[in-house]
Design a protein around this ligand. Structure first.
Ligand SMILES: [Zn+2]
Ligand SMILES: [Zn+2]
Length: 140
């Protein structure tokens, strides 16, 4: 979202929204992909050479469980609250800050559930849903 400062009326809040292609703005990880564009819904207000932008980022993500490798789809909503100094500045591009918010929200070891049992290191079975023969052997 690029905001031309001279299009904003001093002290008058306004709304704007845009969508980012998650692949193009580089916010995806090996274990986190977006199945929808990232929607940025923003309110903004310019006052005394300070631009305040607040609102939220939302989208649908698919995360891979670090233990069982299952893909879990879930919505993501991140609050946005940014302040820019507009002195001698014609244009503000919020993209770098949007990207930082999304990257910081990434959980490095996402689990499909806290007690996910993961995959059997022996045969690769998903131990949440099946008991493999290796487990029998270990018990015996
Ligand atoms: Zn899991
Ligand atoms: Zn096994």
């Amino acid at each position: 979202m690029i905001i031309r400062v001279n299009t904003l009326a001093e002290g008058v809040p306004s709304e704007r929204s845009c969508e980012y292609d998650a692949g193009k703005i580089d916010v995806e990880f090996a274990d986190l992909r977006y199945s929808t564009p990232v929607r940025f819904q923003a309110n903004m207000c310019l006052e005394s050479e300070t631009l305040h932008i607040w609102g939220e980022l939302s989208g649908q993500i698919e995360q891979v469980c670090a233990r069982c490798l299952r893909e879990i789809a879930s919505p993501i909503v991140q609050p946005v609250d940014l302040i820019y100094d507009t002195h001698d500045i014609e244009e503000i591009d919020a993209l770098e800050d949007v990207r930082a918010i999304l990257i910081l929200a990434h959980e490095p070891k996402f689990l499909c559930r806290p007690d996910c049992r993961g995959l059997c290191p022996g045969c690769g079975s998903d131990l949440n849903s099946e008991n493999c023969l290796c487990a029998h052997k270990r018990i015996a």
